[in-house]
Write a protein that binds this ligand. Structure first.
Ligand SMILES: [Zn+2]
Length: 247
């Protein structure tokens, strides 16, 4: 094939689109909250090991059901169709450092188990129709545990029956945005490395990470891409190496 001006022009266009897509993917930080707690911290702990560390809550179970799905650290689904947004807390969004660890923690405690909900009497649901409440497992407050473990930041949005500052330790991060909708305040300090310095690309959906040249990376949707500067970086965030490209 002879390379003519037309080919070079198309290549340039493709390159511009690719660079644009990558920068959008790496700029996405949700509310910006992230943490770098290693997933290995919970590998050897059972749900009861974790629950035993905590006192009974004085929250009251107003609704209960089996947890059928954990969307992320602060959202779960129940078998009665209710979607629960854990009130007073905010965990890393999908694709942000710490997302998998916070989600796995809640899965360990809640998934396929009977959980109780203390619904926020001051504000029953958020604008997405999710019930706002405290998730209670074996009489313990999961929202409080997320804050005490550093897996969530405080997100206090009055009016609320609950005051999450009472659950947190003194060094817990507080959401700077005070709104789950503001994605316009990306915090750069602790967010995932940008694509420029990335040696590996993770898929927040599968939990696998790859060489940038792996064919899986091309098929990956941009919103699922997470960039890592090193192998240990990926592993400490709970990602497993791809079996095809062996990163
Ligand atoms: Zn791969």
């Amino acid at each position: 094939m002879k390379i003519n001006k037309k080919h070079i022009f198309s290549l340039l266009i493709i390159l511009i689109i690719a660079v644009g897509a990558l920068s959008i993917a790496s700029a996405y930080t949700g509310t910006g909250f992230s943490h770098n707690i290693p997933s290995s911290k919970y590998y050897d702990l059972s749900a009861s090991d974790i629950l035993n560390k905590y006192q009974k809550t004085d929250c009251h179970v107003e609704e209960s059901g089996i947890c059928t799905k954990v969307v992320d650290g602060d959202t779960i689904y129940l078998d009665n169709g209710d979607k629960i947004r854990l009130v007073g807390v905010n965990t890393p969004e999908r694709g942000v450092e710490g997302y998998i660890v916070s989600k796995n923690f809640v899965q360990k405690l809640c998934l396929n188990k009977k959980v109780g909900i203390d619904i926020d009497d001051s504000k029953h649901s958020d604008r997405y129709g999710r019930t706002l409440g405290v998730v209670i497992v074996n009489g313990k407050n999961v929202n409080e545990m997320l804050l005490k473990e550093g897996l969530a930041e405080i997100m206090y949005m009055p009016p609320s029956e609950f005051y999450p500052f009472d659950w947190a330790d003194s060094d817990t991060q507080v959401s700077s945005s005070h709104s789950s909708s503001s994605s316009s305040h990306p915090t750069s300090s602790k967010s995932t490395s940008s694509s420029e310095s990335a040696s590996y690309v993770g898929n927040s959906n599968t939990g696998k990470f790859h060489e940038p040249s792996c064919s899986s990376v091309n098929k990956m949707s941009d919103r699922n891409k997470v960039f890592f500067s090193g192998r240990n970086d990926a592993i400490s965030q709970g990602y497993a190496p791809c079996k095809m490209c062996n990163p």
